[in-house]
Ligand binder design. Structure first.
Ligand code: GTP
Ligand code: MG
Length: 370
């Protein structure tokens, strides 16, 4: 806090209040012993005594999730949109991304079901777009919610032959909760049973009204299989992201979110991170969730080693002491010592929280038995 009374300031400086009052008088300020002094007056007196005023740090760095990133407008530059593909199981999300990326992820999936969040970056008309692929199976609600939280745009995939299904509705709710714009992709238009009008009608119930019907939701009819309509979808993504004016400061210590993490036999803990601001570099001291370390190696979505990752870029890193959790936040610190301190403090806090939950549970158990 910026204010102190004359008496409080005198005590802090180890002087008599009368001396302070005299000094203030010499400086042209009339003051009484219980008078509140403003920041300028305090600084003036302190500098007269040769004491440097240290601003109290009010930001709790162990709680870095809550730190608001404030950058000067001139430090901000355009960043790629983060686009999350959501929708009901088997409606063609991964196939759509395969078509966009010219990849064959679907073929490698067990039972043709996506079970994790995939993160990829593609370049369209010289502009990068980051895509997150989410699972549609009902068991993976948390992953969908997480995807919606880190995204700028949601692509809602609805199969034209199947229509709106439970996880379609769930995806809409996640997007709305995260306040993220939705682009609807009506997929499987190549199928003879395709009925896009039915899909559009069903979605009206959720306030997603196509522009051609007087609403303001962008609908793209396409086929991930034949690739018809995919170019238009990409154009729409670029259009919407332009309107969103997505920006970040690449010249700050990186901050972002864990997309997924695992323990690799050879490489140790491996985490896929989405950089949201700043630039992540090899060697950076980093705190991720409740663990920490130093970025040892970074690999991009096509398995190539990279030295740095800027805003909106997904990268896989090694060099952490432990495996973090998907959804954890990460932040780079000035040195390894600091990263360790913060990481350990966060781990400690989590342990205490877990213990207090356990105690509560066992007390409840106890009362139940009585
Ligand atoms: P989950 O990730 O498990 O939710 O599924 P998904 O939405 O990723 O669906 P996926 O891409 O795995 O496709 C499911 C099935 O639909 C596969 O057999 C695809 O070949 C098929 N499919 C996807 N898109 C199209 C399309 O445009 N036309 C046709 N005919 N089939 C498609
Ligand atoms: Mg999939």
């Amino acid at each position: 806090e910026g204010s102190l009374t004359v008496a409080e300031l005198a005590k802090k400086l180890g002087r008599e209040p009368s001396e302070i009052i005299k000094k203030l008088f010499m400086l042209g300020v009339m003051a009484t012993i219980n008078q509140d002094l403003d920041k300028d007056a305090i600084e003036l007196i302190c500098s007269d005594y040769g004491v440097e005023v240290e601003e109290k740090v009010t930001i709790d760095e162990t709680n870095f999730e809550t730190i608001e990133i404030v950058d000067a407008p001139e430090d901000l530059t355009e960043r790629p949109p983060v686009v999350t593909i959501m929708g009901h199981v088997d409606h063609g999300k991964t196939t759509l991304l395969d078509a966009i990326r010219h990849s064959k992820v679907t073929e490698q999936e067990a039972g043709g079901i996506t079970q994790h969040i995939g993160a990829y970056q593609v370049t369209v008309n010289g502009k990068k777009i980051t895509f997150l692929d989410t699972p549609g199976h009902e068991a993976f609600t948390t992953m969908r919610a997480r995807g919606a939280q880190v995204t700028d745009i949601v692509i809602l995939v609805v199969a034209a032959d199947d229509g709106v299904m439970p996880q379609t509705v769930e995806a809409i709710n996640h997007a709305k909760a995260a306040n993220v714009p939705i682009i609807v992709a009506i997929n499987k238009m190549d199928k003879p049973e395709a009925n896009p009008d039915r899909v559009m009608q069903e979605l009206m119930e959720y306030n997603l009204v196509p522009e051609e019907w007087g609403g303001d939701t962008i609908f793209c009819k396409l086929s991930a299989k034949t690739k018809d309509g995919i170019d238009q979808l990409l154009e729409m993504i670029l259009l919407v992201s332009e309107m969103e004016e997505l920006k970040a400061n690449p010249n700050r210590r990186a901050i972002g979110t864990v997309i997924e993490a695992k323990l690799d036999k050879g490489r140790g803990p491996v985490a896929t991170l989405l950089v949201q601001a700043g630039t992540l570099k090899i060697g950076d001291p980093i705190v991720v969730g409740t663990t920490y370390g130093r970025v040892r190696a970074m690999v991009n979505d096509s398995g190539r080693r990279v030295k740095e990752a800027g805003p909106s870029m997904p990268v896989e890193i090694t060099g952490l002491h432990d495996v973090p959790q998907a959804g954890d936040r990460f932040m780079v610190f000035e040195d390894e010592k600091k990263a360790r301190q913060i990481g350990e403090a966060r781990a400690q806090r989590q342990l205490q929280e877990q213990r207090s939950v356990k105690t509560r549970v066992s007390l409840d158990d106890l009362f139940e038995q009585i």
